[in-house]
Design a protein around this ligand. Sequence first.
Ligand code: SF4
Length: 376
Amino acid sequence: MISVYIHIPFCLAKCLYCDFPSTAAEKNIYHKYISALRQEIKLKHQQLGSLFVDTVYFGGGTPSLLPAEYITEILTALNSLFYICADAEITLEANPGTVNLPKLAALKQSGVNRLSFGVQSTQNILLKNLGRIHTFEDAKKAVNAAKKADFSNISLDLMYGLPHQTLVMLQESTNWILHQNIQHVSIYGLQVEDGTPFAEMQKAGTLHLPDEDAVETMYDYVTDILPHYGFHRYEIANFAKKGFESRHNTGYWQDKPYIGLGCAAHSYYNSKRTYNTHDLYEYIRSCNNGIIPVFTEEIIDSKAWMEEFSFLALRTAQGINKNSFQENFHRDIHTVYGKNITELLSQKLLAENTTHLFLTPLGMKLGNAVFEKFLL
Ligand code: SF4
C-alpha cells in the first residue's frame, strides 16, 4: 500500500510570501506537463510494479487551475498501472478563485473526494497584501459550490501573523470558518522565506507584521477555539472533526512510503528519498526521454530514519509510539534519547504515558525546540 503525491506547479500569479515550487506559466504548457506526468507514472510502474494506492494528493501550485479533464486523465493513467483502492482518499488543493460549480462537479466525478481550499483570511485587504488572487466572496462561493457538488470532506486553510492583521481580524476569519459546516482546518503562521518579495520588503522595512506577542496571542486564540467547535487537534497545525483527519498527511507523519510525481516532487520508499528536478522544462524533457526526472537522492540510514521517525511522530497528537520505536530500531527510545527526554519532560514540553511520548500544548507551540533534541 502506498500514497501518491502529484505536484501541479502552476499558479495564476505568484503570492508575495510563497517559496513553493510553482510558476505563473502559460496555459499552453499544461498539456505537455500532463503528458510528462503520464510518462512518469509509467516509469515509476516499471520501477516499482503495481502497488495498491490508498491516498492521492494533488498539491501545488494550484491544482484547481487545471481543467478537470486533466485530473481525470492523471487518475485514469494512475489507476491503469497501479490500483487506486475503492475507498482511497483523493485530495485536491484548490484556490477559491479558480473553481465554480461545474468544475467542482467534474472533479467529484473524476474521483476527487476531498478538497483543501486556501482561504487564508476573510479580509480582502489582507488577501490583497499577500498577493492572493482570490477574494472572500470567491471563498464563500467556492465552499458553497463544493457542498452543492456533494463534497463532504472539505478542509480550509487559515493564516495568522499576516501583515496588518489584528486579533479581531483573525477572530472574524476563524468565526466564519467555524460556521461553514466543514470537516477540517489547517493553520499556518506566516513565515518570511528568503527569496520572496516579502523578504525584500522586510529588508526594506515596508513589511508591517504583527509583533511576536501579537502573533503568539493569535496562535493561542486559534488553537484554543477550534477544539471548542469539534475540531480536535491531531497534528501541530491540523484540526479535524472525528474521522476526517487527512489520511494522506497522516501517512507522512507515520513514516509510511510515498511516491511523488511531477516537477519538484519527492518520493520516499525502500529507505531512500528521491527528489525530482525543480526545472519544469527539464522535467518534461526527461520524462519524454524515458528517464525518471530525479536530480538527487538521499539514502535514509538508520540514524536519519530514527530522527525522522521521532520528529514526524512528535508532530502528531499521539506522539511517538514507544513499541514501534523498539520494533524498528531494536532499542528502547530512552536508551537513545534518555537525557533529552528527561530534560523535555521536566520543561513540560513533552509528556509520557505507558505507550507514547507526546508534545504538551507548550511543546506544540515550541515544536522546533523539541525536534532539535531528537537529532542525533
Ligand atoms: S497559490 Fe499557493 S502555491 Fe500558488 S503562489 Fe500562492 S501560496 Fe504559492
